[in-house]
Design a protein around this ligand. Structure first.
Ligand SMILES: [Zn+2]
Length: 460
């Protein structure tokens, strides 16, 4: 029987990871991501799923980010009933993130109905909270290096990917040989979680290419953060950090905590203004299997990097609004990461007209997002019908990205003892993907393929 992989997403974009593995007469879907970003890409979420969801035997997830998991409730709603495998932290993070995603889908449908701009009449959400509940019941956790068989006779195991809490490479043993699905490849030296596990061999490799044409800033992150905080303290201003709720928010807290312990900055008030980020904090403490040595050592001394008199969690809308009048200095961490949604927009409207404010970008700012335009020097910020002048100082620390950059990708790939028979580059915009292909072919001499959307490749 043949073994094939069909690339039903993340083939020419960085979202919608869905790779269909057909082997031993069975169908296993590796990741089940939501398409995000521009309208034309998001519309793919509404296309008929390329195979009948009921015909899938299992789903294997690499990590909790929505571009890898966010379509799962829809798959379940459309008839998928098989098991979903993931790591323990991924399961717990999915419970938070899919719930939130369903809420957003429902709100958007409601909004469209109110304003009558829907293609569906009436507008319907992609899925609802009840679909998420059914989906969570199908999830089965497997920890790192614990073998499992999503279908009889096809063994899988997970290895640490170093990207976010619970992130893993999925390693499959098929008749055609071993296949490594990288999911998203993490970074070396990230706080809290360990480095990506070195892999010695795989017959076939699917690897992401988000930063295939770029290296992150080569800066001393704690020193930069220290400089930015010290200035804010001097000016009695606020630092506003647009941040993804899971991962980056907790990492920033961790880094600030390190600076406090070292006496490098004063313990100024830090507000984590995101119910989702707050809900995720206990998971970062609980999943010790995902901790690196420093985090383990820190917790051994019974000190949590997420607790302290000066760290305040705000959950309700009223608590968030109350921050409008808080005197500086202080730090507000809030979503969304690209300032196109969420509470950070209120804080930006409120505080960017003040020169004492600093806006600190710690993640990738997609093209066309408000975050990108602020970063590129826009004179004003618009949200909720307001347009305010930007007099705040703009800073960036994209070295806090959770994705490997070009050098780190080559470092990880360079640890293979033998080249894979074929390497498939996924999860990248066209230019980074092409650039990484050229680099791998030149430096490692490997055979690299850039699959098209819906392309099917036979292995073996
Ligand atoms: Zn990811």
């Amino acid at each position: 029987m043949s073994t094939t992989i069909t690339f039903h997403g993340a083939a020419d974009t960085v979202t919608g990871s869905r790779h269909l593995l057909e082997t031993a007469g069975k169908r296993i879907l590796i990741d089940c991501g939501l398409f995000q970003g521009p309208r034309a890409i998001r519309d793919r979420n509404w296309e008929r799923f390329p195979v009948d969801p009921a015909s899938l035997d299992a789903v294997v997830l690499t990590h909790a980010h929505l571009d890898h998991t966010g379509f799962l409730p829809r798959l379940v709603r459309d008839g998928f009933q098989g098991p979903v495998f993931c790591t323990p932290a991924t399961r717990n993070l999915c419970a938070i993130m899919l719930q939130d995603s369903a809420r957003i889908q429902e709100e958007e449908a409601e909004h469209a109905n109110r304003h009558r701009w829907s293609r569906h009449d009436p507008a319907v959400p992609l899925y609802k909270e009840e679909d998420v509940q059914r989906c969570l019941k199908l999830m089965t956790a497997r920890t790192y290096n614990e073998p499992f068989e999503p279908v009889p006779g096809v063994r899988f195991h997970y290895e640490r990917a170093g990207h976010i809490l619970g992130s893993a490479f999925a390693f499959a043993e098929t008749e055609a040989g071993t296949i490594l699905f990288s999911g998203d490849l993490g970074r070396y030296g990230q706080s809290i979680i360990p480095d990506p596990t070195p892999v010695a061999r795989a017959d076939y490799l699917l690897v992401e290419s988000t930063y295939g044409d770029r290296d992150h800033q080569d800066v001393d992150v704690p020193a930069e953060l220290e400089r930015i905080v010290r200035r804010a303290v001097e000016q009695k201003g606020f630092i506003l950090i647009p941040s993804f709720a899971i991962g980056r928010s907790q990492e920033v807290l961790y880094l600030l905590n390190d600076l406090w312990i070292a006496g490098r900055i004063p313990r100024l008030p830090v507000y984590l203004d995101s119910p989702m980020a707050v809900s995720a904090v206990p998971l970062f403490l609980q999943h010790t299997e995902d901790h690196d040595l420093e985090m383990t050592a820190l917790l051994d001394t019974r000190r949590s990097p997420f607790e302290g008199e000066n760290i305040r969690f705000t959950r309700t809308r009223d608590e968030s609004k109350a921050l409008n009048d808080a005197p500086g200095p202080g730090v507000i961490i809030a979503g969304s990461g690209m300032a196109n949604a969420g509470r950070i927009r209120h804080h930006l409207v409120n505080r960017v007209p003040q020169p004492s404010t600093t806006v600190l970008f710690v993640g990738y700012q997609g093209e066309g997002t408000p975050g990108r335009s602020v970063l590129e020097g826009a004179a004003t910020f618009k949200a909720f019908g307001w347009e305010v002048p930007i007099r705040a100082r703009i800073e960036r620390l994209d070295a806090l990205s959770a994705h490997a950059d070009r050098n780190e990708m080559l470092r990880w790939l360079g640890q293979f003892e033998a080249p894979p028979k074929r390497t498939f580059l996924v999860h990248g915009e066209p230019e980074p993907r092409r650039a990484l292909q050229a680099k791998i072919e030149k430096e490692l001499g490997w055979s690299v393929h850039r699959p098209d959307y819906h392309e099917r490749v036979a292995l073996g």
